[in-house]
Design a protein around this ligand. Structure first.
Ligand SMILES: Nc1nc2c(ncn2[C@@H]2O[C@H](COP(=O)(O)OP(=O)(O)OP(=O)(O)O)[C@@H](O)[C@H]2O)c(=O)[nH]1
Ligand SMILES: [Mg+2]
Length: 300
């Protein structure tokens, strides 16, 4: 059996979470078109006849300004240390710039083998990809350079095949049907955050966090025809400014109602239960610099 860890790294918004979901074949990480969506390391486990690959999705590599971002970068650093191979995901539609330079500088100190994935090739001309390969090829001693589309799944099988060359012989670490190790609470809080991220702009994506307060079983009422078990989930949405409250709530609460019902439907499908989702909004100034709140959210 070949068993090992593969860290997915790269700038924010490059498509790392999209790729881990495609690789694992299930949604283990949330996705948005805003940068800095992923805030912790997230495992996606893929077991086949050849072995078991533990993919580790990570926050995007960026210069941290808040404690939240320093903690995000610490997940990246520890992932760089522990992985058997790194996949550097680059948005091939973007020009090489300062953000990419910072990524290369970060990786110069690392001795782990690196595979470069030029992502989003479904959305760009082939010539542009070739130019980018030329730009990247001498920056680091990449083991492979693979153009991929995480969204469409193009060449993702090729990537997986190449990865196996760097996996050591070992015993499996997880059961064959394990896809992730994240708790339900963490997953549900992320699903709620994903629905928020899809609806907000500017600073709100960076200043919103979600914490699941409780998940309780509820009795089914005798006259109900819905035979699914019932669960009551209480969640708090943290914001940094009072002015953000009305954006999240929307006109007569329409925004938060939509966020709630979208998240509820997704959680219902996962738990095969009828869900009552109770969302509260709390303003906590500078939560991004509060280790107490950050530990609480990471640890759920
Ligand atoms: N066209 C196209 N879009 C993609 C592809 N992969 C990802 N995207 C889009 O890129 C955006 C960012 O995707 P994510 O997977 O959230 O990116 P990420 O690298 O995890 O971002 P962070 O968590 O913020 O670091 C989303 O709008 C995706 O739909 C791809 O192969 N093709
Ligand atoms: Mg992500």
């Amino acid at each position: 059996m070949k068993v090992g860890y593969v860290a997915l790294i790269g700038r924010p918004n490059a498509g790392k979470s999209t790729l881990i979901n495609t690789l694992v074949g299930e949604k283990v990480a949330i996705i948005s078109d805003k940068p800095q969506t992923t805030r912790t390391s997230i495992l996606g486990i893929k077991t086949t006849d050849r072995g078991q690959i533990i993919f580790v999705d990570n926050p995007g590599i960026h210069k941290p300004l808040h404690q939240l971002n320093r903690r995000m970068m610490n997940f990246v650093y520890s992932s760089l240390e522990t992985a058997n191979v790194l996949c550097l995901i680059v948005d091939a539609g973007l020009k090489y710039g300062h953000g990419d330079e910072f990524v290369i500088e970060t990786l110069e100190k690392v001795s782990t083998p690196i595979i470069l994935c030029l992502n989003k090739v479904d959305a760009i001309k082939k010539e542009k990809v070739l130019l980018l390969i030329d730009r990247y090829k001498d920056l680091l001693p990449f083991k492979e350079i693979i153009p991929i589309s995480a969204l469409r799944g193009t060449q993702v099988d090729v990537l997986e095949d190449k990865i196996y060359a760097y996996m050591p012989e070992a015993e499996k670490l997880y059961d064959d049907d394990d896809l992730t190790v994240q708790s339900d609470r963490f997953l549900f809080s992320e699903i709620i955050r994903e629905k928020i991220l899809a609806r907000v702009r500017e600073e709100l994506p960076f200043t919103t966090a979600v914490y699941i307060e409780s998940i309780e079983d509820r009795e089914r009422s005798p006259e109900s025809t819905d035979m699914r078990p019932r669960k009551y989930i209480r969640a708090t949405i943290y914001l940094e400014k009072d002015g953000h409250r009305k954006i999240i709530l929307g006109k007569q609460g329409s925004n938060i109602r939509d966020i709630g019902s979208e998240a509820r439907r997704e959680i219902e499908a996962i738990l095969e239960a009828r869900i009552f989702l109770d969302l509260k909004v709390k303003v906590k100034e500078r939560w991004r610099d509060s280790d107490g709140i950050l530990s609480m959210i990471e640890g759920q």
